[in-house]
Structures are given as structure tokens and as C-alpha cells.
Design a binder for this molecule. Sequence first.
Ligand SMILES: [Zn+2]
Length: 149
Amino acid sequence: MKMTPELKKAQENMQPGVITADGFLGDEKRSLKDIIVRDEEEMRKYGLDYEETAELLRELLEEGRKGLGEAVTVKERWLVQTFESRGPLPCPFEDGIFKKVTAEITDKKSGEKILVSDMAIHMMEAHRFLEGIGSPFRLDPELLKKVVF
Ligand SMILES: [Zn+2]
């Protein structure tokens, strides 16, 4: 599928060693556009809405931050532990700078967990990008369905 100049630039910024050591694409070799289109289908398949999911993840991350590094139980269902490191993290789509905040969200009932970062939530919401398969911060729709809905 056709890539706009903005998507091409974003894909360059997502390569390992440009913004982060591991990059954002995981093991994927396909174009950013194709990744986004594939994930839109996945989100539809699991009945997930980008804005609604991002809002819930942000709420869990913010609640987790109150633990200042200790795991916090949120709404009796999730265990959320956050990690923060110094330094700004620019979005690969070049529209903002984010804090390096990561939350490990565990569904206490199933034991399933997902790793979520402030940046990943932003990219889901603003760019419909969930990171490539193989990236540790990928917001995999099937896993999201299990862990947060
Ligand atoms: Zn962005």
C-alpha cells in the first residue's frame, strides 16, 4: 500500500538505534502503512476502539504511578506497576515529546499481562500504530482484549 512522506519518515525514525535501541517495528519487514492497516483489521476483529482502549490504558497507567514504583491494585482487577526513567522520548511521527513511563498491567484473574508505555498509548490514539510484532511494547489487540476488557 502507498506510503505518504510522513509515514516514510516515521518508519525511518522507528528503526533500531534512531530513537530507541530496539526501535518500534519489532521483527516486521512490511511497510508502516501495511502494519497499520493490518492492525485496524485486528482491532475490528476483537471489537476494540482505539480511543476507548487508549483512555483505559492511560487511566491504568496514571493510577499505577501513584504507587511510585510499587505495584498497585486498580479497580480490584489489575495489578499495575510503573517504571520511570529520565530523559525525553520523541514520537517517531515527530508531533511530540513524551516521558519514559512504562506500566506492567496484570489481570489478576487470568494472570495475563501487558507492557504499556506513555508513548505506546499516544501512538495508539494519535497514529493508530500499535508497534510491530516482536516489539516489547506492542499493544497486541488479542492480548488487550484478554487483559483489559
Ligand atoms: Zn505522535
